[in-house]
Design a protein around this ligand. Sequence first.
Ligand code: PHE
Length: 346
Amino acid sequence: MSSIQNIVSQFTADLEKTAKVADVLNLKAQALGKQGSLSEILKGLKDATPEERKTIGAEANVAKNQIEELVANKITALESAEINKSLLKDKVDFSMRDSILELGLQAAGMHPVSIVQREIEDIFLSMGFEVLDGPHIEDEWHNFEALNIPANHPARDMQDTFWFADMKHLLRTHTSTIQVRGMKTRKPPFRFVGPGKVFRCERTDASHEMCFHQLEGMMVGEDVTIGHLIYFMKTLLSEIFKKEVEVRLRPGFFPFVEPGFELDIKCLICGGKGCSVCKHVGWVELLPCGMVHPNVLKAGGIDPEKNNGFAFGLGLDRLVMMRYGIDDIRLIHSGDLRFNSQFKTF
Ligand code: PHE
């Protein structure tokens, strides 16, 4: 066998062993490159006879074409093997779908906020309240003006707002917007609750989140008094905690209620000793409430001379944390299955 044929058969054998495109290219350079084995033979031709030059030259040309073809084929083969490998890796077995879903549900269970929200809805439904919903994206009127918070009122700063670029729309900062929508679409007497997500542009820590949950409540009629408010709040809390909880009422300011109160409960995490949830005071602010301000009734199309009402805005996340002994509000939106799966399955 001529040395040229030797080069080709050696090349074929070596090529067989390569598994990467880079190795194939290296091998090609070793044969066809400037210092390659075939080039060395061609360089030696200067001392050969014209006859030899002709045959060896032609043979070398054939060998070069063969090698190039071998290289091209090998690279194509390696590349398609690579594609097949990744297709196989990312393959979805659709026949597995149901069991994957089942596994997911078992792992996730129901979110603790949903569990508590549904429970509270049931309590209120049993007391003759409706359950209403409302949009997350609101306008200034529903979030502020109708709630007796005019433009430039300092109370707007109490709730750091996520505004849309048009500066007219916002992410609702409280579920009190549901009060406004509820009043507009009903005639007294009525009572309803409105649970949902609310958004505030706040720094987060163990007890603050930018997105959290409230449950609004409102009752309007001819003889609604603070006595009704206290009765419903007490019934609610004893139902939720399935035991007597210690509460305290403090005066609280909210432009949409007069008088306004803050209802606190003794921290169920630390029993009043102080921890990160109660900010080391032993009490957790749970329930701002009060008698609906006449301006708010008016904005809702209700005559404040004939009717009055109470309203409250329950912080759902704090309640969930108290109930389950969760000491960091950020876990609620973590989406962590290890957290979510601890509660209840369907
Ligand atoms: N909307 C108030 C807040 O988010 C809570 C509230 C509701 C207070 C109803 C009083 C009456 O801060």
